[in-house]
Design a binder for this molecule. Structure first.
Ligand SMILES: N[C@@H](CCC(=O)N[C@@H](CS)C(=O)NCC(=O)O)C(=O)O
Length: 256
């Protein structure tokens, strides 16, 4: 098994957490996204969108992190990460589709506006589609003042509110068992935490259950899929810019 990934990519984190929970050990190929590694002709043959992660298992290529996680649960069922009850599995899928239904874009906007804009992404930028470039350039050039940041931030926090609601009466997002729903959300909570925005749920009655859920997730074997790859220099930079952004984030969230 081979995994093409990036240390701090939320989509790659999701897949690595699943892999770690299942105690699998793929050969890892780390791509430097900022340097444009995901847009080389060879990589585009594997992943035509030029994004990470990509899994190769038994000689077959699988893309899209949500699909990869389900594939891993199908192909390596010894440690199951999905409820067996069809209704509960449907609830799980309501969570796993959240990143593809918008959360990933909102997270990208907020990450660029707070932290990534301070890194050199010139090579990567040349490869973005016109729409992606337009959206990200807005956040890169204007940071948290970019018009699209406020709605994307509100939408991001809207997902946290739904998590808070689900976790009020349950240990894990789909009930009593940890699984792909929790794994799908974990990198997006960690991203805000890495950018010093953990106050968002810690100071809110509605979202506070996320604090204990995050601790529970961090005590799982799967968390190695995030922690083992943490790029300490990048995280220190994210934290520093995140701390400087707290007042502005508060201001943006204080009005509709
Ligand atoms: N829907 C895709 C999204 C993958 C994605 O956007 N990956 C980002 C990192 S989290 C990436 O590789 N970006 C590189 C680029 O846009 O140049 C998935 O879930 O696998």
């Amino acid at each position: 098994m081979e995994l093409y990934h990036n240390d701090m990519s939320v989509c790659a984190q999701k897949v690595r957490v699943t892999i770690a929970e299942k105690n699998l050990s793929p050969i890892e190929h780390h791509l430097n996204l900022g340097a444009g590694d995901s847009h080389t002709p060879a990589y585009l043959q594997l992943n035509p969108k030029g994004v990470v992660p990509t899994l190769i298992d038994k000689g077959r290529v699988i893309v899209e992190s949500t699909v990869i996680c389900e594939y891993l649960d199908d192909a390596y069922p010894e440690i199951p990460l999905r409820p067996s009850d069809p209704f509960e599995r449907a609830q799980m899928r309501k969570w796993t589709l959240v990143p593809d239904a918008g959360l990933h874009l909102w997270c990208s906007t907020v990450s660029f506006a707070i932290a990534w804009r301070h890194q050199d992404r010139s090579e990567q930028m040349k490869k973005w589609t016109p729409q992606v470039r337009a959206e990200r350039l807005e956040a890169i050039n204007s940071g948290l003042d970019a018009p699209l940041v406020k709605p994307h931030l509100h939408n991001y926090v809207g997902v946290l509110k739904k998590m808070g609601e689900a976790l009020r009466s349950n240990t894990w997002l789909t009930g009593g068992s940890y699984g792909l729903a929790d794994i799908a959300m974990l990198p997006y909570v960690c991203r805000l935490d890495d950018m010093a925005q953990n106050w968002i749920w810690e100071e809110s009655d509605d979202m506070r259950p996320i604090t204990d859920w995050l601790e529970r997730c961090r005590s799982r074997p799967g968390y190695a899929g995030i922690a083992r790859h943490y790029n300490t220099a990048v995280v220190a930079n994210m934290k520093q810019h995140g701390e400087q952004a707290i007042d502005k984030v508060r201001e943006l969230l204080s009005t509709d």
